[in-house]
Design a protein around this ligand. Structure first.
Ligand SMILES: Cc1ncc(COP(=O)(O)O)c(C=O)c1O
Length: 139
């Protein structure tokens, strides 16, 4: 999972964000809801965003990019999915409530704590992936 949380920490907002919001308010319609000019324009903007985000995170296809209402809704969806399929979720001691609450709720519903061996494997995978993406971030 790649967790992008620009809005919570960035101030002042970049001019590009302000321009995009203004453009959406002036030109926006409901994407994919009709053949109206404003709807088609909005649909195209959403598709472009999917394409660019897919390239950024190395997703297989733009269709694999999902937008959520906010970070809390996205995190709940993902964490509950992993809890359901039995994946290992590693968190630090510094997580936002939007991460810790769904994990504690899943544990209350019976989600097992990971076995020590699973933690070791998952920790190695995280370290390798962080080492792997460092040069890309530096560019
Ligand atoms: C680090 C972090 N994660 C998640 C959230 C939750 O974001 P949202 O308000 O979009 O649900 C916040 C909110 O401030 C946050 O600071």
């Amino acid at each position: 999972m790649i967790y992008l949380d620009h809005a919570a920490t960035a101030f002042p907002r970049s001019r590009a964000v302000v321009a995009a919001v203004e453009q959406a308010l002036v030109h926006g319609g409901s994407p994919g809801r009709s053949g109206h000019r404003l709807s088609r324009w909005s649909d195209e903007q959403v598709w472009r965003a999917r394409e660019r985000l897919a390239r950024l995170v190395g997703a297989a296809a733009p269709e694999n990019v999902t937008f959520a209402l906010n970070a809390t809704a996205a995190l709940n969806t993902i964490i509950n999915h992993f809890a359901k399929i039995g994946g290992v979720v590693l968190i630090s001691a510094f997580e936002h409530n939007s991460v810790t609450r769904p994990i504690h709720a899943a544990r209350a519903r019976g989600l097992q704590s990971p076995r020590r061996e699973d933690l070791a494997v998952a920790s190695r995978a995280v370290i390798e992936s962080v080492v792997g993406i460092t040069p890309a971030i530096a560019r």
